[in-house]
Design a protein around this ligand. Sequence first.
Ligand SMILES: [Zn+2]
Length: 284
Amino acid sequence: MIVDMHVHLFPTQEVGKQIVTEIQETYGAGYHSYGTPDEYLADMARAGIDYGVMVSFAPDHQLKNTNFWTTAITRPKKSGPAAYPMLIPFVSVSPTMKGRTPVEELEFRLKWGMRGVKIHPIAQGFAPDDERMWPVYQWLVARNLPILTHSGINVVENEQTDLARPRRWLPALKDFPSLRLILAHMGGGFWDEAIDIVRTYPQVMLDTAIALTAVELRNKNWLDDTGAVEMIRAVGADHVLFGSDYPWIDPAGDVARIRSLPLTDGEIRLILGENAARILRLAG
Ligand SMILES: [Zn+2]
């Protein structure tokens, strides 16, 4: 089984195009598609991916709409199956969101089938150690649900990078030591901080998005083959989840790169899907 743990999708090509071109103009990041569900479905088929986890987030004013859309397309309809049953919905909250409190929003979206939370400290403008997030972490621990966070450098390193450093999770983990945290991008350049956290809190996992991409980025948040194997073995392959960061990356290339790394077949199976299937309780 292959599970892509890190997917961003947009309702229409127009919306997707606006987002990827704006990020390209701001940071120079290339992209693979406009990120509509149908484009992703075609890319999933090409890459042999069984499930994709939508890690949706948005600025406060679009947060509830984004959460609505993410759960609406993955939720079984009254008249039949969901439009996209192969997509797993993660929703987002922020301490400054309007209308509902973060916990009210999570309660509401749980009824619509959400399977976890995604936050992006840099894009959403708050740090993981903001204690206004404590009720969210407590809610997640009580339900044994995961939270996936952007971690490390966000395309370029700047003064905001500190918000997303793995170490900014230490106060939350101290108070919620069983929080099922997933650090995206394997720590995004802060490899040692990510390793330390996984060793201290063994339920914490890392996703491979960007860090292990087949696109040779040759920057601080990308690992060459030697670095990739060292990082995987430092935390153990049972702590690593394949993620692509679609639509910025073509998942087929990343799956092929992970398969080509000098790891055991068992390690590769864990990374590509078995770990995600276990933590998300997916049917094989
Ligand atoms: Zn992402």
